[in-house]
Design a binder for this molecule. Sequence first.
Ligand SMILES: [Fe+2]
Length: 220
Amino acid sequence: MANVAHVGHAELLTPELVASQRFFVGVLGMTVVAESANAVYLRGYGQYQRTDLKLSAASVAGLGHLGLRMASGPALERTASEFEAAGRGRGWIDGDVGHGRAFRFEDPSGHVPGAPPRLHHLAFWVDTREEVLRAADVFVDHGVTIEVPPAQHGIGSSFFLYAYEPGGNRIEVTTGADFVYDPDPETRTWTAADQARGVGWGTRFPDSWRTYGTPPVESR
Ligand SMILES: [Fe+2]
């Protein structure tokens, strides 16, 4: 059985906590479930967990951490031991709003000297394409910067838009991706040729989509 159940929550760092909160609550429609001096905990519509997004005040934008919900207590213990053994463990914490004891570890991919990991985007799921279009209208009404207007990915075929929340983190509003429920699916290999076919319907992505992430390179 897989150790990980699903992505549990994300922590976004923002230099504009008040404005970011206004965006996620007032524009995206999330609910505040708890607050502390430097952080606010939010929940998306229909989410069964207490919280799925933590916004933390910080000097630069980025991803604070990603919380993975494990399939069981033993799965958590097992995984923690494996990270300890691999030298990637950062130790146990008592918990946070919405979850209990948790084990922190380093993402194995994020270790190029001098190049700390950056966030490309955090995606928010809606049920229909119509709601992605509605998000575009609502973003325009609220002066939210849209980086890529509604379009369709070639690989994965999801419908999406990309925008920036006021703290500078890129977010995606999306629906329609291929979901994999099979516990042991065959690996699908996407080729450079698949990639070259690009975005469904031929939408052009701006260069920023390939170069910008948080924290921005200038602020390192
Ligand atoms: Fe957490």
